[in-house]
Design a binder for this molecule. Structure first.
Ligand code: 4NP
Length: 156
């Protein structure tokens, strides 16, 4: 079982979008039972809240199933539990380390580092551009799947 935790600032836009889109990809590929997928925030701001309606609308438009999301904050235990902790931007990584300490087991990644054009995913809470957020996330997830395939044969 590969355990993947997506992390952003509020856990109401980017990381729950990545969680739902990734769940959709592995389901489509018939490898969903190989994964445990979740998402979390670094801040306490939105704890307990649902996904932001604009993020939900974008996923609905793309026919991606939306679960019963409630924002939560990443914990020290998450660091032990998950294999991949995938942040949306550099500042998330700084904030994650404030909570979990050093990345002793090299589990922390930035989503777009799995692409040919590593960069941050801008916060749509501020940009308002959920189409760009969606496209960036899909690109990162495709790169992540490719990375996993090269590292371990996930289709076996
Ligand atoms: P997210 O977006 O990190 O992509 O979930 C944000 C949502 C809410 C806030 C910041 C970022 N906020 O400050 O409430």
């Amino acid at each position: 079982m590969i355990k993947v935790l997506f992390v952003c600032l509020g856990n109401i836009c980017r990381s729950p979008m990545a969680e739902c889109i990734f769940k959709n990809i592995v389901k489509k590929d018939g490898i969903e039972e190989k994964f445990y997928i979740d998402s979390a925030a670094t801040s306490t701001e939105e704890i307990g809240n649902s996904m932001y309606y604009r993020a939900r609308e974008k996923l609905q438009q793309m026919n991606i199933e939306i679960g019963n999301h409630k924002a939560r904050r990443i914990t020290k235990e998450d660091y032990e539990k998950f294999d991949y902790i995938i942040a949306m931007e550099e500042q998330n990584i700084i904030n994650i380390k404030r909570i979990i300490g050093e990345d002793r087991k090299n589990k922390i990644y930035k989503l777009l580092d799995f692409t040919k054009n590593p960069r941050n995913i801008a916060d749509p809470w501020y940009t308002g551009d959920f189409d760009k957020t969606y496209n960036d996330i899909v690109q990162g997830l495709e790169g992540f799947i490719k990375y996993l395939n090269e590292k371990i044969n996930i289709n076996e």
